[in-house]
Design a protein around this ligand. Sequence first.
Ligand code: ADP
Ligand code: ADP
Ligand code: MG
Length: 453
Amino acid sequence: MFEKILIANRGEIAVRIIRSCKELGIRTVAVYSEADANSMHVQMADEAICIGRAPSSESYLRVDRLISAAEIADVDAIHPGYGFLSENPHFADVCEKCNIRFIGPSSRAMNALQDKAVSRELAKKAGVPVPPGSDGVVETETEALATAKKIGYPVLIKAIAGGGGRGMRIAHNDISLVKGYHTARNEAEKAFGNSGVYIEKYFENPHHIEFQILADQRGNIVHFGERDCSIQRRHQKLIEETPSPLIENKFKDLRKKMGKAAVRIAEIAQYNSTGTVEFIVDDQGNFYFLEVNKRIQVEHPITEEVTGTDLIRLQILIAMGEPLKLSQGDVHFRGHSIECRINAEDPFDDFRPSPGRIEMYYAPGGRGVRVDSHAYAGYVIPSSYDSMIGKLITYGRDRREAIDRMSRALGEYMITGIKTTIAFEQMILQDPDFRRGVYSTGFIEQLMRRGTQ
Ligand code: ADP
Ligand code: ADP
Ligand code: MG
């Protein structure tokens, strides 16, 4: 049994992890940057250690400082949360070498799924469809042109090390392809320290549907159903829901097929933690593998709500070596759940971040409402990190009830002093197409265009 865990993260996910630890009777150690001294995770943990200055490259991304903190606090394990070092096989490796358990997949499983072009090949091997595209990394301009010719325009140039919706470029013809190829490589080098890119068919207005998987150290793997994350801004999720209206209303048999595909990929990669297999789905019900997120995800609470589980608790138990005590038939789904990411940004100014001091703060409550957040009145949102300051999650017996409840809860959520996405999300919830469950990844762009006409 772990007695003490260090959380190598900040914000709402650090708070979320501390909550599960407390219920398990595990003591917690928070780490924080100088900018986060007044952050809620520091208050909530049993101990807290400052690990450096505000930029994440000088704090949350410093492997040496995290390991020193873990050794000083004498912890049994490190939970990396999401973002930062959560998908860094080197960090997982260093933890293991220092005899500190890394709460996530083994560095070997992580390595197998690290590079997006390599993951594509792995999915192919598993018999799972991938978007038509290049065989691995595209090394030259000529190769890029030949790939585009083979699959047809539009195409998407993607960084093999990309993430967080960054490192992607659409090309509609040879000229924009050549230009995009070089810019994408340069940008990828700067953003991810890796200039490798590959090319995929660009699907117009597809659906983003992902499957939550859970695998233990002994080869037991189950999936916990899907999440529809098609409501995105700049390829980043804003609203997520489960079950997916596309699957429920149009392609009922997809749940079984895609779930099987997700489990098959986890099997081949010898995956051994919680993870997410992401797909895009077209209007004909064809699905294609995108990538595996080798960590707990932002939107995990909606799965918890409809399956009645604590995914972080399970993730910790698995890391401790406990076997999964359930098989696929034991996973039951009940009702409907939606999540709105509450970001400190201005949706009407291109989602520009809006850091600063929260003046007034009142979080919604009542039946079927859950708030995962580190925000409070007087909290100063630092400009150095992600702009997400919380997540509002609702549960209902059916989709209609979950939406009505979300709308009610968004209306109660009061945050002043900064700009937030709340009013914008309220608008999405009133949209007739959203209400009917008819939307794709192009939804927000279409909504904005209609708004300016
Ligand atoms: P999820 O699928 O869990 O919603 P996101 O793609 O939104 O994941 O990423 C979760 C967090 O991790 C966000 O803060 C995002 O900015 C960050 N993130 C994910 N991948 C990367 C990456 N490769 N580089 C930088 N930040 C990343
Ligand atoms: P990231 O690592 O940034 O999460 P993903 O490959 O998961 O990158 O893609 C993020 C989003 O970009 C998807 O949810 C989808 O909206 C869009 N996208 C990715 N690949 C394609 C594609 N081939 N065609 C159309 N949209 C895509
Ligand atoms: Mg993704």
